[in-house]
Design a protein around this ligand. Structure first.
Ligand code: XLS
Ligand code: NI
Ligand code: NI
Length: 446
């Protein structure tokens, strides 16, 4: 693990434009380009994830590692390997030229024989990460704890039938929340790894919900205790690895947070492929979270329409992403969140450079989606037609209904008197879809 891991890429990846034949150049993404008065980099706040991209060897349930990731060799001293991985990670991030990264505790630092040893490993690794961050200027978008890989978590972490597992998970989250705080992380994510069930025959649903709520209260309490100013984020997913995950989708998590008086403490980290696994469009999940002021951050990726699992492919469809980016922009953009590439290479993409091609394509897709969304906002057509559709609610009748002044009796009286006689109007869906396509196509003009 001496020297560079990506020697063929000088970096930082330059902007080449749409006519560029250079595979190592962005076709659309220009960090400093102003879009609606703000730099592209500041709109998109792009992050690379360390798990799929640096801690997964390309194995799947049918086959072993296909990627060359020397730091994953089990014969190496684990802390030496961890340092080698960080060198490759920060070489990659600097050459790619994005501002952020995200990681789980176990992506960067090995578990020891005791928890004390695990903690010491993490402390040493965090110190090394601090050095890399100071040297490169890279920032942590979010940290998280891996509460799903170790066999102790086979039946869940917070929702485990054994309170000792709950306590162990609590220790791990405390440690990783503090590490995230120390590194200036802007968010802390809780994805419900194995918080769910395999069979209802051995599961007490009410008890497990109470446990999960208690866990999340403890995390919020500790966040305030240590003065962490970042946002706590829950990441919904409907299934995989368990048959049914409790944080199923946005609507489910909102209900859970409200029932358990947690809604002021948590926002949501939405992943494209999790939305589609839940039977929603990503646009739906983003719009619903924004409607309730709950959108925190995004895990950008895509699924495969023919597959019912989390394929975590790199996003490549502007049609799919631009509507979600439009919703985020019209709500004012990210605050602490950003677009994290929670994405895996295909198993045959085994060249070191494939990691660059994948991220370059995903970043350009986001940048083009941003341009399309900016066009939709600038034209104002979608907002105008939406406002027109609801205009009646700003008139006298609409206001009297919403204020509670108009009782059923009053409304019925006016209908009976023939004063109120509504006429159906067009929803104009196809016209709206044309507006969207026009802006997507126009955004190609640059
Ligand atoms: C898995 C999740 C995971 C979280 C972080 O499906 O997307 O990668 O983002 O624990
Ligand atoms: Ni994710
Ligand atoms: Ni996922």
């Amino acid at each position: 693990m001496e020297g560079q891991f990506f020697p063929d890429v000088p970096g930082p990846i330059p902007f080449g434009g749409l006519d560029s034949g250079d595979p190592f150049a962005f076709k659309v993404y220009q960090p400093d380009r102003l879009v609606l008065g703000k730099r592209m980099e500041d709109h998109l706040r792009i992050a690379v994830c360390l798990w799929h991209s640096f801690s997964w060897p390309g194995s799947d349930v049918f086959g072993s590692a296909t990627f060359d990731r020397p730091w994953l060799d089990p014969r190496l001293d684990p802390m030496l390997a961890a340092r080698g991985r960080l060198d490759a990670v920060f070489e990659f991030l600097s050459k790619l030229g994005v501002p952020f990264f995200c990681f789980h505790d176990r992506d960067v630092s090995p578990e020891g024989r005791t928890f004390a040893e695990t903690q010491a490993n993490l402390d040493a690794t965090v110190a090394a990460i601090e050095g890399h961050m100071a040297r490169t200027g890279l920032k942590l978008l979010w940290g998280t704890a891996n509460l799903f890989s170790h066999p102790r978590y086979a039946a869940g972490a917070a929702t485990n039938p054994d309170p000792e597992v709950f306590a162990f998970a609590a220790a791990q989250v405390k440690s990783m929340l503090e590490a995230t705080h120390r590194l200036g992380g802007q968010n802390y994510v809780l994805w419900g790894g194995r918080e769910g069930y395999e069979t209802l025959l051995n599961t007490d649903l009410a008890r497990e919900e109470a446990q999960l709520a208690r866990f999340l209260h403890l995390v919020a309490e500790h966040k305030h205790r240590i003065g962490f100013k970042g946002t706590l984020l829950i990441e919904p997913k409907p299934q995989e690895p368990t048959k049914h995950q409790y944080d199923y989708d946005v609507a489910t998590v909102l209900g859970f947070l409200q029932r358990n008086k947690l809604e002021g403490e948590y926002q949501l980290n939405l992943e494209v492929n999790h939305a589609t696994l839940a039977g929603h469009s990503f646009h739906h999940e983003v719009a619903l979270a924004l409607a309730h002021g709950m959108l925190g951050s995004i895990d950008a990726n895509r699924g495969d329409v023919q597959n019912g699992w989390d394929t975590d492919q790199f996003p490549n469809s502007v049609d799919e992403l631009s509507l979600a980016v439009y919703e985020i922009m019209r709500a004012g953009g990210f605050t602490t969140g950003g677009f994290n590439f929670d994405t895996k290479l295909r198993r045959q993409s085994m060249d070191h450079d494939d990691l660059f091609h994948a991220h370059i394509g995903g970043i350009d897709t986001l940048a083009q989606s941003l341009l399309a969304a900016a066009g939709m906002i600038e034209s104002g057509e979608l907002e105008r037609l939406r406002a027109e559709r609801y205009a009646g609610w700003t008139g006298a009748l609409g206001r009297s209904i919403l204020s509670g002044d108009a009782l059923l009796e009053v409304l019925a009286g006016r209908v009976l008197a023939g004063e109120i006689d509504p006429k159906p109007v067009s929803g104009r869906q196809e016209r709206l879809e044309n507006v969207v396509n026009q802006q997507i196509w126009a955004s190609n003009r640059g």
